[in-house]
Design a protein around this ligand. Structure first.
Ligand code: HEC
Length: 332
């Protein structure tokens, strides 16, 4: 066909141009598979967040909950949307993934900068700025992972939309119908993806609990009797755990903050035994506990139920050091 008179239609109906049909079907491939990539991402993020909270015992802060509110529905909305071949799926998904990405970004900024400090809603429970996971030089934290997941889903939905556009504009129904996979071919990957991620979650969960991947080396036992004696590296290890977990409430030097007591003047820290302190940190103290002096809760394990006795003893050594330094030096 030599349509020289109308350059606009040439682009649309030139079937013999190989490169054009190729890129068109590439669009289709991207469009179709991006749904599955988004689905996989949502399920990995959902099960991953459950792994952190339910298996590792890391208590989610308020901002984590807000991100969960946007991520968890995505895993189901995407599955149903794919099964129903809903052309409008991207609208529902983007309505969840974009606000989710904004919250993750906000949370990440709170962890890494002081830009948004005044707006942070975490006033009770685990502080939003606490980094449980602080991998790869402190770059990769949980909200960082969530942000990546939300962005992947957003990107996939935009790609799917573009892919769908190519689908609709294609005006050769016979080829299109031939390329259109059947119902089962569309549905099967959905179930395979969900089953695989859920299975991985349970395998990882049970091997962590019973076999101990991640519960590294010597620190596998909880509440062993007698308590491990602190070694020469305890203070250094305690410092790391203290600063990532306890400092948000108790202050970086143990000086206290509006959400936690000063430890430098604490009689418990200065005179208590290791046993009594481990017990206290393990249990935490509810806000309505009769012994509570501040009216605020101390979360069990400071919010880190993955810590071993050895970790907690190390933190105690470090807390004592802070209290001693504060006592001897000029008081701040
Ligand atoms: C979410 C904030 C928060 C975090 C995180 C936290 N604490 Fe606390 N902690 C508190 C509050 C609030 C109290 C005071 C409870 C009360 O009023 O009795 C407290 C009390 C304590 C006390 C008792 C002090 C005293 O004199 O009675 C110790 C010891 C202590 N925390 C250690 C830790 C350690 C160790 C960690 C980290 C592993 C930690 N806390 C993490 C909020 C926190």
């Amino acid at each position: 066909m030599m349509a020289t008179d109308n350059s606009k239609t040439v682009k649309n109906d030139e079937p013999d141009d190989g490169s054009y049909t190729q890129s068109n079907s590439l669009y289709n491939v991207i469009g179709r598979n991006s749904h599955y990539v988004a689905l996989l991402t949502a399920w990995v993020a959902t099960c991953g967040s459950l792994f952190f909270s339910e298996i590792l015992g890391w208590a989610p802060c308020l901002l984590c909950w807000y991100q969960r509110i946007f991520m968890y529905p995505l895993s189901l909305v995407l599955a149903v949307g794919i099964l129903r071949r809903d052309k409008g799926l991207h609208k529902y998904a983007l309505a969840l993934s974009i606000p989710g990405a904004c919250i993750s970004l906000f949370h990440y900024l709170d962890q890494k900068t002081d830009l948004v400090k005044a707006l942070v809603p975490c006033t009770v429970g685990v502080p939003c700025s606490a980094d449980y996971l602080n991998a790869f030089g402190g770059v990769v934290t949980i909200p960082f992972l969530a942000l990546i997941a939300f962005l992947i889903i957003t990107f996939c939905m935009v790609a799917a939309r573009l892919g769908n556009d190519a689908d609709i504009e294609e005006d050769e129904p016979s080829i299109d119908a031939a390329k259109q996979p059947g119902r089962i071919a569309i549905a099967l990957p959905v179930f395979v993806i969900i089953a695989a991620v859920v299975l991985a979650y349970f395998i990882a969960g049970s091997s962590y609990r019973y076999g101990g991947i991640g519960s590294s080396g010597s620190t596998t036992t909880y509440s062993s009797n007698p308590l491990p004696t602190p070694d020469s590296t305890a203070a250094a290890r305690g410092k790391v755990l203290y600063e990532s977990t306890c400092a948000a409430c108790h202050g970086i030097k143990g000086e206290g903050t509006p959400s936690g007591l000063a430890l430098t003047t604490s009689q418990q820290v200065l005179t208590g035994t290791n046993e009594s302190l481990v017990k206290f940190v393990r249990m935490g103290r509810a806000a309505n506990d009769p012994h509570n002096v501040t009216g605020m809760a101390m979360p069990a394990n400071g919010g880190r139920s993955d810590s071993s006795d050895q970790d907690i003893v190390a933190v105690i050594v470090y807390m004592r050091q802070l209290a001693k330094n504060a006592g001897s030096g000029p008081s701040s």
